[in-house]
Design a protein around this ligand. Structure first.
Ligand code: GLN
Length: 286
């Protein structure tokens, strides 16, 4: 057995079985993404080189990645990249790994402003910059402000903006929500995927998330809705008349109440994600 050569096919098969015993939810996918990363090829190419023997050097690098994956490190941190809205984003442990459900918010924002000329957008809690940058790519006349409380996250977001050629239309601000923004700064559209998890939920999160993703990007406080409440309240002074507020949320009731408590915001029905879960608060400034 051990003197059989380690071909691509054999490595994938062995690794998928091994990762399955180490708590990976998608062991075959993880194996393919990590092996294609060390071999600098696409996942499809693995299938055309199934019988090719993998050299010692990439195999050593692969083994190291597998060790970290078995410790729960998300695949995106191991490869340093994740796709969002079909665009590649650099990610590090300083930023949340972009999630497909967040694409729903981006779709709505593009729908609202695709026919507009210049539109001023702010992304509050930009993380890797996935929302801000995707909007900049799809709304070529948009000028965007991207805020984050973490300087390390902003460095990742700036790198991504440069990579995608939109850095000249995005202004990066280091701050807690709007605290670092001049009082006169106002926008047509506020987008945010803020922290919305309750403190006591933390221990129940999947290991990969709990131990590896930035806690401050996930946890809002004892009730989970604290950041959303503040964001909704402050949006009233930051939105131009007719402007929109789009916020990704967890359980909808308290988030909807937080928006309903703001006199000038007219809330529309919460948008569902692809799994039919209410996901995006959607309100317009009157
Ligand atoms: N905007 C980023 C995302 O949607 C980061 C969000 C966050 O850090 N809470 O993934």
């Amino acid at each position: 057995m051990s003197d059989q050569p380690w071909t691509v096919g054999r490595l994938l098969h062995w690794t998928a079985e091994w990762l399955a015993t180490r708590g990976s939810e998608f062991p075959r996918l993880d194996a393919e993404v990590l092996l294609s990363h060390v071999l600098s090829c696409s996942r499809i190419e693995l299938y055309t080189t199934f019988d090719k023997v993998v050299a010692d050097e990439p195999r050593t690098a692969f083994r190291e990645l597998l060790r970290r994956r078995a410790d729960g490190a998300p695949v995106a941190y191991l490869t340093g990249q994740r796709e969002f809205f079909s665009l590649p984003f650099k990610v590090t442990p300083a930023v949340l790994v972009p999630r497909p459900e967040t694409e729903q918010l981006v779709v709505r924002a593009i729908d609202l402003y695709r026919k507009s000329g210049k539109v001023r957008i702010v992304d509050v809690g930009t993380g890797s910059g996935n929302i801000a940058i995707t909007l900049a790519k799809h709304l070529p006349a948009a000028v965007i402000t991207a805020i984050d409380i973490s300087n390390d996250a902003l460095a990742v977001a700036k790198h991504n903006a440069e990579f995608h050629g939109v850095a000249d239309r995005i202004d990066f601000i280091h701050g807690n929500l709007f605290d670092a923004c001049d009082l006169k700064m106002q926008w047509d559209l506020i987008v945010s995927n803020p922290p919305y998890i309750r403190e006591e939920e933390f221990d129940g999160l999947p290991r990969d998330v709990r131990m590896h993703e930035p806690k401050e990007a996930l946890i809002a406080g004892p009730r989970g809705v604290e950041v959303i409440e503040r964001l909704a309240r402050e949006s009233v002074t930051r939105l131009l008349c007719g402007g929109w507020l789009l916020i990704e949320i967890g359980p909808p009731e308290e988030s909807e109440q937080a928006v309903d408590a703001c006199l000038h915001l007219k809330r529309h029905p919460t948008l569902l994600d692809l799994a039919d879960i209410p996901r995006v608060i959607h309100a317009q400034m009157q």
